[in-house]
Structures are given as structure tokens and as C-alpha cells.
Design a protein around this ligand. Sequence first.
Ligand SMILES: *[C@@H]1O[C@H](CO)[C@@H](O)[C@H](O)[C@H]1NC(C)=O
Ligand SMILES: *[C@@H]1O[C@H](CO)[C@@H](O)[C@H](O)[C@H]1NC(C)=O
Ligand SMILES: *[C@@H]1O[C@H](CO)[C@@H](O)[C@H](O)[C@H]1NC(C)=O
Ligand SMILES: *[C@@H]1O[C@H](CO)[C@@H](O)[C@H](O)[C@H]1NC(C)=O
Ligand SMILES: *[C@@H]1O[C@H](CO)[C@@H](O)[C@H](O)[C@H]1NC(C)=O
Length: 324
Amino acid sequence: MFSRKIIKRLILALLLACVCYSVFFVIYVLVKYTITGRTNTKFKSARDVMGLENEVRVFNTSMDFSSAKQIHKCVFLKVNTLESTPICVYDPEVDLFVSKYIINVGSWEKDLILEVVSILRGDPSLEFLDFGCNIGVYTLAVAKFGRRVTAIDANRKNLEMLTTSLQMGNLTGMVTLIWNALSDKIELVGFKERETNVGALQMISGVMNNSIFTDENSSIAIALDDLMPLLRNRSVIIKMDIEAFELKAMIGGKKFFEEVDVKFLLMEWVHHKDSDDGARIIQFLTCRGFQPFNPIVRSVSLKIEDRKSWPEDVLWIKDLNWVI
Ligand SMILES: *[C@@H]1O[C@H](CO)[C@@H](O)[C@H](O)[C@H]1NC(C)=O
Ligand SMILES: *[C@@H]1O[C@H](CO)[C@@H](O)[C@H](O)[C@H]1NC(C)=O
Ligand SMILES: *[C@@H]1O[C@H](CO)[C@@H](O)[C@H](O)[C@H]1NC(C)=O
Ligand SMILES: *[C@@H]1O[C@H](CO)[C@@H](O)[C@H](O)[C@H]1NC(C)=O
Ligand SMILES: *[C@@H]1O[C@H](CO)[C@@H](O)[C@H](O)[C@H]1NC(C)=O
């Protein structure tokens, strides 16, 4: 009698536990589905639209963005003796550096662009990778020079402008545009445009709540390794200007640096003179056979111990036969 009662209770308890567990499980699945369904909306749509396995988003340069509201006007990009080509710019009142300077002077960072072109001239197999292409001064100059370019930017507005510039210059066939940020992993990144420098962005990593971001102020970060299939075995020169995400991009690019023949890497050094990131960037690159040079004076390599007094931009060179 007694034991039967206990068994009955036990069975009841077990049944209850089962029911509880099932209910809990159903709720768990529902909640999980809702949450991931929501946070992955952009990832999924990107994947579906592009039909790509990963999150690399190739921008459609056949589309017409010529009436995009951020295009203030289109002027000619003139870099010394290089052939000129149209470039669309922001309102100089909101883009006090790049756009304003291009409107007034016709170019931006022309000494560095000329260095890149002179390197390309010396090696017809080199392609140009423009990481953080902004409105495309380097991309347009190099494409007009006649070399293939792959350009990446997190800000869709920049790519809409650059697409328009490429179409006006009949250069879309030379350039692949990619709408992503670069980081050490795939993640949603938000950004804020700086008030005086629209092209430059303040990146916000680890965005969890994407409902406060739109396509205008967020992008999907990919790792450099995600680009490797597009560029495997090619010889490239990279210009990297990605708002202090340089180290992250390198960490996410270990395979990339093995399988893409990166011969030159031009990067801003001004943020890294003192930083820990700077030390780790030096380590990453020197381990892979790169040496730092002043991009304008390529005859003398820079000394690692002097990194605080390196110029604002540094050119890392892997193949030393190239030093002039
Ligand atoms: C790119 O845009 C053009 C013009 O809108 C369109 O005809 C074409 O189908 C698009 N290509 C892709 C791959 O979406
Ligand atoms: C545009 O470029 C193509 C080759 O890429 C050339 O065949 C065509 O004539 C060019 N059109 C104009 C208007 O320059
Ligand atoms: C995300 O942001 C929206 C808009 O600000 C807010 O309504 C929502 O509660 C936030 N969600 C979470 C999980 O923080
Ligand atoms: C992103 O842009 C939208 C409008 O395009 C704006 O409503 C929203 O506040 C912006 N989010 C952030 C975090 O700046
Ligand atoms: C890349 O180059 C390596 C060495 O030259 C070769 O073994 C490999 O097959 C190449 N891969 C592709 C995809 O071309």
C-alpha cells in the first residue's frame, strides 16, 4: 500500500517534470528563434540577396545613385599628370577636409597616390586594394591609371557616390566595390559620421541592439580572411585607412596574408605611434617579412625603435627587391 502510494507520487512527479520541461523547451525555442531571427535579419538578407556563402557584400555598380541626396556635386579629380576623372563629393560645409580640398585643389593625398601609382607602374601584375575607400580618391586614380581595384567601405553613402563617379568616368569595369567593415570577426558594427569629416567614421564594435541602426549607420564587419577567396594568389598593394581597426583586420587576416601575395601595405601611422596596437601591428608585419618605410622616401627603412617619430603614413614593403 505504502510503496504503491510512493510510486504513484513518483510517476506524477515525473509526468509533471516532463510537462514542465516541454513547456520550458517550447518557450526557449520560441524566444531563441525570435531573438536570433531579429539580430540576424541583416545577415540573412545580405546572404539571400547576394547568394554568397559568407557576408561579403559586393555592391552593384550598375545601379543608378546619381540622385542620392548626399552628392553635393561631381568635379574632376586631378592628380598632377595622371589623367583626370570625375569624383562626386559631399557638401564642403559638412566634409571640411576631403570634399572641400578636392573642390578647391582637385585632389587629396596626391603625393601618396602618386607613390602608389609609381609602384603599380613598376609591376604590371599588382592589383590595388583600397580598404576604407571613402569617396574613392585612390580607387578612381588607380582605376583611371588602368589597374584593377577592389575597394571596401562600411558606409554605403560613400559607395553610392563612388559608383556614380565610376559610371561618369566609365570605370565600373575596373573596380569591385564591397560594402563591409573590416574587423577580426563577422559582427554588426554601427558608426557615427564625424561632424567635420563625413567620410571618416567612428566605428562602434559589438552592437547588440540593431533596431537603433539602419543601413545608413551600420554595416557588417567581415574578417580579411573572408576576402581571401576573391584574391587568392594575386599580388597586391593595400591601402588601409579603416579608423583604427587596422590591428583587428590583421588578426582576422592570417590566412589572407598567407594566400594573397601582399607586397606593399600603406597605412596611417598617426594613431599608432604610441599605442599598444602599434606594437602589435609591428610584430604582426615584421613576422611576415615586412619592413617599414617612409612612403615618400623609399630608400631608407624606418627603425622600429623610432616608431613614435615615424611619419603620419607608413609603407610596409615585403619584397625588398623593390626598394629604390
Ligand atoms: C544590378 O543593378 C542593375 C540595374 O539596376 C540590375 O539590372 C541588375 O540585375 C543588378 N544586378 C544584381 C546582381 O543584382
Ligand atoms: C568605356 O570603356 C569601354 C571599355 O571599358 C570602351 O569600350 C568604351 O568605348 C568606353 N566608353 C566611353 C564613352 O568612353
Ligand atoms: C533596442 O532599441 C530600441 C529603440 O531604442 C528599444 O525600443 C528596445 O527596447 C531596445 N531593445 C533592447 C533589447 O535593448
Ligand atoms: C541611425 O540612423 C537613423 C536614421 O537614418 C537614426 O534614426 C538613428 O538614430 C541612427 N542611430 C544611431 C545610433 O545613430
Ligand atoms: C596558389 O599558388 C600555389 C603556389 O604557387 C599553388 O600551389 C595553388 O594551387 C594556387 N592556388 C590557386 C587557387 O590558384
